[in-house]
Design a protein around this ligand. Sequence first.
Ligand code: 26Q
Length: 842
Amino acid sequence: MDVAIPDPQLADASPAERMRARIVARLTYQVGKAPLVASERDWFVATALAVRDSVLDCWFDSTRRTYENGGKRVYYLSLEFLIGRLLFDAIGNLGLMEEVRAALAAEGVDLERLREQEPDAALGNGGLGRLAACFMESMATLGIPAYGYGIRYEHGLFRQVIVDGIQQELPEDWLSLGNPWEFERSEVAYPIGFGGNVTRQESAGGTAYAWQPAETLLAVAFDMPVVGGPILDGTNGVAPAHHANTLRLWSAQASTPMQLDDFNRGDHVGALRDRVRIEAVSRVLYPGDESDAGQELRLRQEFFFASASLQDLMRRHLEQFGTLANLSDKAAIQLNDTHPAIAVAEMMRLLVDEHGVEWGAAWATTVATFAYTNHTLLPEALETWPVSLMERLLPRHMQIIYLLNARHLERVSAHGPVDEALLSTLSVIDERHGRRVRMGHLAFLGAHSINGVSALHTGLMQKTVFRDLHAQYPGRINNKTNGVTFRRWLHRANPGLTSLLVETLGPRVLQDAAALADLRPHADNPGFQAAFARQRQVRKEALARVIADRTGITVNPGALFDVQVKRIHEYKRQLMNILHAVALYDSIRALPTRDWVPRVKIFAGKAAPGYRAAKQVIRLACDVAQVINSDPSVNGRLKVVFLPNYNVSLAEAIIPAADLSEQISTAGMEASGTGNMKLALNGALTIGTLDGANVELRDHVGPDNIFIFGMTADQVLARAQRGLAAHDDVAACPALQQALDAIRSGVFSPNEPSRYQELVHNLLERDTFMIAADFQSYLDQQEAVKQLWLHPAAWWRASILNTAGVAWFSSDRTITEYATEIWDAMPQAGSGPQPATGSAEA
Ligand code: 26Q
């Protein structure tokens, strides 16, 4: 039964009544439950399916319009899409919030409670994956025809539990109860080869190479619609238009179901073993974040999804245009970091070996089609693969890489002799570390645009890792400062504040982030300040309940909520924040009668499973929390909380409740940060270094409304030249000395006093992240934070000016820059909605 077909009996019904009928029909006929016995999970599925019907209408329209326009499509290749929950995204973007809420209320069901029933789609580690999800949403909202390509991991990022301060990883199972948003496209399947050898054939037309893989598996497509918010100019004066794009995720399937011979011989396990091994490719997301994994399975994942995506987009292009000669006019491929960089070699193989395109023309097409985004300069995160592994797994690709590298080095040498040292830094092959393929070099050479994700980061790319390539190919490196989608991170995460903004600025603020600037005249208005502060208070009370539920810790919602939420990594310096907590603890005990500002320090984040130092930081945060929270002399003036299992949904609960946002990485190390933007958008004040996008954040909110401390990136470099021992800096800062002494002597680990000896020792001897050098200046700014908090009118003014100042950090702005400056793919204006026909596949 097609419940999307209007029921004539409902012709006069209100939208909410019609929605109710659709939800109940889904519940009855698809979930198979009667309303009286349905669980909240059942209602969630029924609601998602009913909302999905509305999404599908836009989806078919959008796909058909793109095809008819013959316009350019954007392909965003990413090994990670950190999506989170989708129900409110879809309902909110389609403008159905009130009718769905009313429809469910009529059945006695609370929409807010259904929200909790949806598992997070956690197909990513952190910033890079979440950025991909924000970008997909913005591309849909801007009406840019786009496909996201990735892997349909059966298990997303692990679930973090903390047992006695120790992080443990449990498998994550987001698909166990089914995924109402996805469509399996069994007919869209491509063969993906591994291993084997390359044959060479001479003919009159020249030499041809062909790869015979030793094994082949299938990449099967699963599609998820991504629906945007209302398109500004697409209303036609009638109803708002919505554009929907496709997130196409690949799942690995063995091409032969199983070894029937083995099975018939009675070896049931052996018969399935190969299948299990092959299908492992899409089983699990690698949980490493900026850490080198170097695992063969990871390289298999990279090639698997890169090859499937290219085969798919080339098939689509050929079906529509009949030639690959105009590929770069009709397709833009964005590589999300180097993880899909093998696509450069695969594109060359497909063009040259499979489609008979001459090498030079194929290379021109490749470079004109690809663009690459770099997300990190940390040496340990720069991807390289051993040549031996590449030769074994992808022999033809290794040949292609040698050839494109040779041509590149010849070009460099064409204008005269070049010294060996320069050639070796320019080469795709790193000969110094046992012959490895530098994926960053491969991506750079194969792309016409290489971008960084903040102004500082882009400048550093040009000066450091890509210095020599930049000199050879000037103009290729450009900046695209990150942004976030305000629809998820303000409108949905903070509906109370959003209503206040709509009341104050009008509904335009929902569509046009720039309207936030009109908040500035209200920053000093006491009535507005009170209303703004009231919304924060509501969210702090809600977060306090979450904290109590998940940790048993009681916090005072009137205290200053000081928040650091992000992956746990040494360069992000959660340790410095913990040291500040210890220093505060010491001061409170030393001067118990002083008028302290009550603070709650809130931490959340996951450590890569094998990253020992990061796991020690989590343990220290928990140990420090234990001691401080239970010390009666503190009397609630300081609490420390480590909230387990940070994910997109928890971020949505924490961010609107934050008063202070900690963005305290060692300058030069955080490529951009995006949590900084989400927190400032919700009115949190930032305490931060001049790192990543914090620099631009300061420019936008104004230097008086942000707490900047510490060395600049240049000063960090100069400091490193003088050695990394921290003894002098520690000796010069009594608060730091005292905090380190306490930690080292076991004040926070009384049952194992030596637990943090190594941590303290390392900080003193080799303070790679320069915590000691920046500490005094951090303390000073924390003191300034306290002083401002003591003056509520000044605090709320600054807070409002943060929300007012960050419009530029909308991912709509970022995507508009990508579209105009890299992809040349802006949507046709005014392409309003048309009758629904066809399917989403084209
Ligand atoms: C590489 C090889 C093997 C296994 C894992 C990896 C791997 C996985 C994820 C390497 C790096 C990442 C993630 C990087 C990342 O999230 N970078 C962040 O990107 C954000 C979006 O641009 C920035 O805001 C952050 O500053 C940056 O740290």
